[in-house]
Ligand binder design. Structure first.
Ligand code: PM9
Length: 456
């Protein structure tokens, strides 16, 4: 099967090298078997993340030259504000240097100690920013999302009964707000449906509960709605996005993903109190409210990238390139999360390495083995990422123990996807010889970034 035709041509290239087998072995050992600690120059194909790794267009690069680097009131801020109003429909905008800074400003305002934040599966940085002000994130995603084999078309959906159960048990005042992620990252890049969003809004209105979106991959989610949900087959992506956002009270956004830029984030809302509070806090942590830690040129690239990333032809190519990689693996029986997600293909490490117990970190082991075998860098998304229980201090072993092959946007060709698939298939054929890992260093926060391991 061939990959989708790219709707662009390449104007500039960056050389990449292939480290030999000896260097690969040394490099991953030096990195403590953690792919985050590899040097980029030791990597051939970098599928660590889709965050900040996009190739910008000539239109975005031209925008960089129009950066207005005034401390206050740069024209690029107003361009960004207008793009967000046009594409997402929010009135108020606070720029930040990346997504977690927006999470910090938003969640530290909305979460009181001991409160719960129900969410359709945790994300690492989101969970930390709920826990720092004393809250706790609880899971309300549908059960199907925890099963890698289940082919539900909207595995990102919220289970309203689970939300109701938290309200019944703890009382509505204990719920800080409901947090909804688009194209749920930790579930495998799985979308939420418009119908589910609409029902959730109705449900939350009855309880006067706020809904805050993590809209980081909302354009990719909108593409899936158009592809899979009745009534949206020919609706323009921007119309879908605006309807999605209309069911929320605001969003945080890491623009390093769907907005096709290398840095940036923002929060947006129609709620005056959220805006006034976060606008006053952004100057404490990020910078003035018209730049939020970004240069004027970054604001311009982001303003243009938000519009480009919501174009149907681009999204069609994007989603189908990810699907191409996933199908090459699936066709020969390599275990992956189904349906194939929006931004990445996720390997099911528990099925890939069934001989390894959970405390030997199968996904971490597999990510390290893939690098050692082929210089392809991937990321663990399992128990190392999940961390420890806040109360008991014990490791949590989530149902999903995955390795993410995350595809940067507009960066790699279909031939790169084919090289990756062939390497992983080759490794799958000799999977029995892969040995597990032992964790020898664990930092306090977000341990997956810096933890170190040793081969057993
Ligand atoms: N996501 C990713 O690789 C980068 C850091 S974690 C390895 O998937 C969501 C859904 C994200 C996300 C980052 C953030 C934080 C918030 N929500 O990285 O701070 O996927 O811009 O965004 C990463 P920033």
């Amino acid at each position: 099967m061939n990959g989708p035709v790219e709707p662009f041509k390449i104007k500039m290239i960056e050389h990449v090298g292939m480290p030999d087998e000896k260097r690969r072995k040394e490099a991953i050992q030096e990195a403590g078997y953690n792919t985050f600690l590899l040097k980029s120059e030791d990597v051939f194909i970098d599928l660590l993340t889709d965050s900040g790794t996009s190739a910008m267009s000539d239109n975005q690069w031209a925008g960089l030259m129009l950066g207005d680097e005034a401390y206050a009131g740069a024209r690029n801020f107003y361009h960004l504000e207008k793009s967000i109003q046009d594409v997402l429909g929010f009135k108020y905008v606070v720029p930040t240097h990346q997504g977690r800074a927006a999470e910090h400003l938003m969640y530290s305002y909305l979460v009181q100690p001991e409160q719960l934040v129900p969410r359709n599966m945790y994300f690492t940085t989101s969970k930390v920013h709920v826990e720092l002000p004393g809250g706790k994130m609880v899971d309300i995603i549908i059960d199907e999302a925890h099963d890698p084999e289940n082919e539900h078309p909207f595995k990102g959906n919220v289970d309203l009964q689970k939300l109701q159960a938290f309200i019944d048990e703890y009382g509505v005042d204990k719920i800080a707000f409901v947090n909804v992620e688009m194209d749920v990252n930790m579930a495998g890049g799985q979308p939420i449906s418009m119908e589910n969003l609409r029902n959730l809004r109705e449900f939350c209105d009855d309880y006067r509960l706020r809904i805050i979106f993590d809209a980081t991959r909302s354009s990719e989610n909108a593409y899936f709605i158009r592809e899979r949900e009745k009534g949206y087959e020919s609706t323009p992506i921007i119309e879908i996005l605006r309807e999605m956002m209309s069911y929320s009270d605001g969003c945080i956004y890491s623009s390093k993903k769907d907005c096709l830029v290398n840095i940036g984030g923002f929060l947006a809302t129609n709620e005056k109190d959220i805006f006034e509070h976060t606008r006053s806090m952004v100057v404490v942590y990020e910078g003035l409210h018209t730049y939020g830690g970004l240069a004027g040129r970054d604001l311009e690239a982001l303003s243009r990238g938000l519009r480009e990333g919501a174009e149907y032809n681009y999204l069609k190519y994007r989603i189908n390139q990810v699907r191409h990689l996933g199908e090459m693996l699936m066709d020969v029986g390599v275990p992956i999360v189904k349906p194939i997600g929006g931004h990445a293909v996720f390997l099911n490490a528990l099925k890939f390495l069934p001989h390894l117990p959970r405390n030997q970190w199968p996904a971490q082991t597999l990510a390290a083995a893939i690098y050692e075998d082929s210089a392809v860098r991937t990321m663990e998304r399992g128990a190392v990422s999940k961390g420890r229980d806040k109360e008991t201090g014990e490791n949590i072993f989530p149902a999903l123990e995955l390795v993410r092959l995350t595809i940067p946007r507009r960066v790699y060709t279909n031939t790169h996807m084919e090289y990756t698939a062939k390497s992983i298939i080759r490794l799958y054929e000799k999977r029995d010889i892969i040995k597990g890992l032992k964790m020898i260093y664990e930092p306090k926060y977000l341990r997956f970034f810096q933890a170190r391991f040793e081969k057993i």
